[in-house]
Design a protein around this ligand. Structure first.
Ligand SMILES: [Ca+2]
Ligand SMILES: [Ca+2]
Length: 278
C-alpha cells in the first residue's frame, strides 16, 4: 500500500505458531507506526541465539539487518543481527591482538574468562611488595578458620591477600594477615566485550582500608572498584567497558593497607557480551 508515495504496509509473521503477529508502516528506513501481538523480539526468533541491537549506521560485516521485521526500530537507528554462521566460538577470541577497526555490534551474551587463577600461574603478572607472594590461595580458607564465613570463590583458586594457603597440601586456614602490602598487575589484554565482571571482597568502609581493583589503559586508571563490605565473601561487580572496546588494557589489584580489613579478595575476571570489532 502506498500513502503519500512513501509509506508501505508490511505484515509480518502472520500465522506464527504462537498466534503472534506484527505489522507496521514504514517510510523508507524509518518505522512510523507499528502494531503487534507477541513478537517481542522477532529478530531473535529469526536468528536463534543472536542478539538484536541498535546502531546508528549501516549493519557492519558479520551482521544482517532486521529492520524489516519491525522488531526494534527506533528513529534514526538501524537494527542488526549476527548472522548465524558467523557466531564465533568464544575460545577463539584473541586476548593479545592489537585493535584495528571501530567497535560495532554486541554479539552474544555469554562470558569468557580472562583470569580465574585456576592455573595457579601468576608468572605473567607484575607483582610489587609482598601482599601477593603466596597467591593464588586455595579453597574456602576463611571458612576453615571460622564457621559461617565463606569466600564465595569460583573454582579452587582465587586471590586473597589475608590468606596463605597456596595449595591443598598447605594447612587449611593458613593466613599471612593484614600486614603485607603490594600490587599485582596483569599483562595487556584486548577488551572485546561490553561488560567486565569479577568477584571482589575484603576492605571495609568503616575504617577505609585502601584496597582497589583497577582497569588501566595506557597505564592510566579508567575504572576502579574499592571493596568496602567488611566481609570476605566476594560478590560480583560489573563494569560497562563498551567505551573502551578494541583497546588493550591491564587489570591491577592493590593492597595498600595493613589495617583492620586491609586485604582484598578477588576472582573470576570475565568479559561478557562479546562485541564485533570491525
Ligand atoms: Ca578461581
Ligand atoms: Ca594488607
Amino acid at each position: 500500500m502506498n500513502l503519500l508515495g512513501i509509506v508501505a504496509l508490511s505484515i509480518l509473521a502472520v500465522g506464527d505458531a504462537n498466534g503472534d503477529w506484527e505489522a507496521g508502516l514504514k517510510a523508507e528506513d524509518l518505522a512510523i507506526r507499528r502494531w503487534r501481538k507477541g513478537m517481542r523480539n522477532s529478530c531473535v526468533r529469526l536468528n536463534e541465539g543472536a542478539k538484536c541491537i541498535k546502531i546508528g549506521k549501516p549493519c557492519p560485516p558479520g551482521t544482517e539487518g532486521c529492520c524489516d521485521k519491525f522488531s526494534c526500530w527506533k528513529r534514526n537507528t538501524r537494527c542488526c543481527c549476527l548472522k548465524p554462521e558467523t557466531t564465533a566460538n568464544p575460545t577463539t577470541v584473541p586476548t593479545t591482538a592489537e585493535p584495528t577497526l571501530e567497535p560495532t555490534t554486541v554479539l552474544r551474551s555469554d562470558c569468557h574468562v580472562v583470569y580465574d587463577f585456576e592455573d595457579q600461574d601468576l608468572s605473567t603478572w607484575n607483582l610489587t611488595g609482598d601482599a601477593f607472594n603466596n597467591q593464588p590461595t586455595y579453597g574456602d580458607n576463611p571458612h576453615a578458620r571460622e564457621e559461617g564465613r565463606h569466600s564465595n570463590h569460583q573454582g579452587d583458586y582465587w586471590i586473597g591477600t589475608f590468606e596463605n594457603r597456596p595449595g591443598p597440601n598447605y594447612p587449611a586456614g593458613g593466613m599471612q594477615g593484614e600486614g603485607p602490602q603490594g600490587t599485582m598487575t596483569s599483562p595487556s589484554f584486548l577488551l572485546y566485550a561490553k561488560y567486565l565482571k569479577f568477584l571482589i571482597g575484603g576492605g571495609c568502609v568503616e575504617v577505609y582500608t585502601p584496597v582497589h581493583a583497577q582497569l588501566l589503559i595506557d597505564g592510566r586508571v579508567v575504572l576502579e572498584e574499592t571493596p568496602k563490605s567488611c566481609v570476605d565473601k566476594m560478590t560480583e561487580k560489573t563494569w560497562n567497558i563498551a567505551t573502551y572496546l578494541g583497546k588493550n588494557a591491564q587489570f591491577r589489584l592493590i593492597d595498600k593497607s595493613s589495617a583492620f580489613w586491609g586485604h582484598i579478595n578477588f576472582d573470576n575476571l570475565r568479559q561478557c557480551q562479546r562485541m564485533l570489532i570491525g
